[in-house]
Design a protein around this ligand. Structure first.
Ligand code: FAD
Ligand code: FES
Length: 251
């Protein structure tokens, strides 16, 4: 576990909303599994007090990078930092994806669901798997390289929801497994499509987090279990963020 205040190696603006921060964490990169995340904080900042969960986007040598969308206070603070500025980081955290299922995988991302799946893709490729990636966003600003692009407003790729692309693709090609990350409504729709087609689906949930260490239950998600009431709660920060979609109670 890497838990230190370190200097930012580089920061690159991708467009007006997205940027990539890279830090050198030495040999700790070897611990990272795709789908895991780090908790980030600007060291001297009193507000926001809590660290922010950010997925591992890529690893090059001993450098780990994070792709971040400006959304609120913390992600705006990180965006104006420069190489050499200090960042408080803890990780890797969470369970991450297993990459053992089958040979043909579909990846479905929505908006800021892109980064954890990018690193997953590099690992699937290294393991010799065939991958087809569908990525969707609200507008062209949310779009990054993938095999098939969807935008809500039609400003890039196909107009509509990325789940329409998933439905079409599955009609002709049955994958062994689907991996998805994005807004809850998109994940729920992916679950319904995966169930109809009997394909296992693993989702990474990006719930709003508070403590980030499994204590406050602020990120609780309802899952099926074999206890007397049939359901229980798990935490996205500690038990997740990756769950098999069939185990989640989609509400
Ligand atoms: C496991 C995990 C991995 C993540 N990986 C990434 C990543 O790689 N890149 C990235 O940019 N973001 C990622 N996020 C989301 C990021 O942690 C949040 O968006 C973060 O709260 C932003 O902090 P902020 O202070 O800028 O905005 P906040 O002030 O925290 O939020 C601004 C607004 O967005 C809403 N909001 C914030 N987070 C969420 C959320 N998760 N779901 C719904 N609404 C929300 C808030 O209610 C508020 O209205 C991840 C989240 C999780 C749980
Ligand atoms: S954020 Fe507190 S338990 Fe997950």
């Amino acid at each position: 576990m890497f838990n230190r205040i370190i200097a930012i190696n580089s920061i690159e603006q991708l467009n007006e909303s997205y940027y990539v921060i890279s830090v050198d964490i030495g040999e700790s990169v070897k611990e990272i599994r795709p789908g895991q995340f780090f908790e980030l904080k600007k060291p001297e900042s009193c507000y926001p007090m809590l660290r922010k969960p950010i997925s591992v986007y890529d690893i090059q040598s001993t450098k780990v990078s994070f792709m971040i969308k400006k959304l609120g206070k913390a992600t705006e603070q990180f965006a104006v930092m420069k190489a050499g500025d200090k960042l408080d980081i803890i990780g890797p955290l969470g369970n991450g994806f297993s990459i053992t299922e089958g040979n043909k995988a579909i990846i479905v991302s929505g908006g800021i669901g892109y980064p954890p799946l990018y690193y997953l893709k590099t690992q699937l490729e290294q393991a010799g798997k065939t991958i087809y990636w569908l990525h969707g966003g609200q507008t062209s600003i949310d779009i990054f390289p993938a095999d098939e692009i969807w935008t809500d407003d039609g400003s890039a790729g196909n107009k509509g929801f990325v789940t329409e692309g998933l439905t079409n693709y599955i009609k002709n090609q049955k994958p062994d497994v689907i991996y998805a990350c994005g807004p809850k409504a998109m994940l729920k729709a992916c679950h319904q499509i995966a169930e109809r087609n009997s394909v296992p689906l693993f989702v990474s949930l990006e719930e709003y987090m508070a403590c980030g260490i499994g204590v406050c239950y602020g990120c609780a998600v309802k899952v099926r279990t074999d206890n007397s009431i049939g359901v229980t709660y798990k935490t996205v920060c500690k038990d997740g963020p990756v769950f098999e979609a069939k185990d989640i109670v989609w509400e």
